[in-house]
Design a protein around this ligand. Structure first.
Ligand code: BG6
Length: 294
């Protein structure tokens, strides 16, 4: 039985609702321009495939699909903290939003896209998340402080991208940004002036100026462009061999096929909202195939 308020929604014909693995309510988008999938658990987009392209989001074959556990792959939402909670190391990593069942509030479809809007309250914050599946995937998280005092949060759209082979991938757009190295107690490393290439475990918080980030994939001759708004940091992550082996919900051999580029506001880029104030962070993702990287 699908819970939530699904039966009261007038669903566009390009959207179907069912139960996915673990009985988790799932929305499936079938549109001439793109197909996709989203679990209400975590408001978790797990698939997006523009017509004629390979899937763009990566999913682990070892992912859990269970209440109280995060899904591995797709786009988990990290909120209201990123990584370990500063004042409570026993709290769930990356916050609560990816562990909760969200409410599907609105759906819409037109010739360009199918849009789902989901909501969740995590006191004092009221969250709305709009996901638009089309030639572009647009993910927009809006946070309002519904409480009586100022409150701060961190957030990340923790996007897992499918790549041909991490060794054949470069990331452009962060050449001029310093980063905090998560593998060295968040030591600040000055901008390198070069595209990112991958030769080992990588876990960095870039303090960027909000420009687009591009994944250049020489193996599949494609570029994935992540444009963003309202975001002052970008997390770049690949676990490589040892960390992949330590994660029970991540296959030991899966790491060469994925790369996380996370549109974020974390660390000293956390957002503080006065009562009644709202903030919006958006990632808009596009794919350009058949372009041989220069
Ligand atoms: C990344 C972090 O955002 O998420 C990494 O930078 C972390 O440090 C990774 O390992 C995965 O986190 P989790 O909680 O989903 O295993």
């Amino acid at each position: 039985m699908i819970q939530n308020n699904l039966s009261s929604l007038a669903l566009p014909s390009r959207l179907a609702l069912d139960e996915g693995p673990g009985g988790l309510p799932r929305a499936t988008v079938t549109h001439p321009l793109a197909s996709g999938e989203l679990y209400l658990h975590g408001a978790h987009a797990s698939r997006w495939q523009p017509a004629g392209e390979r899937p763009v989001l990566w999913m682990s074959e070892r992912s859990d699909f269970a209440p109280g556990k995060p899904i591995r792959g797709g786009v988990p939402i990290c909120f209201p903290w990123f990584g370990a909670k500063a004042d409570d190391p026993a709290a769930p990593g990356h916050g609560l939003a990816r562990l909760r069942a969200w409410t599907l509030e609105e759906t819409a479809a037109d010739d360009e896209s199918v849009t789902l809007t989901l909501a969740l309250t995590l006191d004092p914050f009221a969250l709305r998340y709009r996901v638009r599946f089309g030639r572009e995937l647009s993910l927009s998280l809006s946070v309002r402080n519904a409480g009586a005092a100022a409150a701060s949060f961190e957030a990340a759209l923790h996007t897992y991208f499918a790549v041909s082979d991490i060794h054949r991938v470069r990331v452009l757009g962060l050449e001029g940004a310093d980063y905090l190295d998560q593998l060295a107690d968040r030591r600040r490393v000055p901008a390198t002036g070069r595209p990112i290439e991958f030769t080992g475990e990588t876990d960095r918080i870039y303090l960027d100026e909000g420009g687009a980030v591009t994944i250049e994939d020489a193996g599949w001759d494609r570029r994935i462009r992540v444009g963003k708004r309202g975001s002052g940091s970008t997390v770049v992550w690949n676990p490589w061999t040892a960390k992949a082996a330590r994660m029970p919900d991540f296959g030991d051999e899966e790491w060469p096929g994925m790369l996380c580029i996370e549109t974020a506001n974390v660390g000293d880029r956390a957002v503080t909202l006065e009562p009644g104030q709202a903030h919006e962070m958006e990632a808009s993702i596009r794919v350009n195939s058949g372009v041989r990287p220069s």
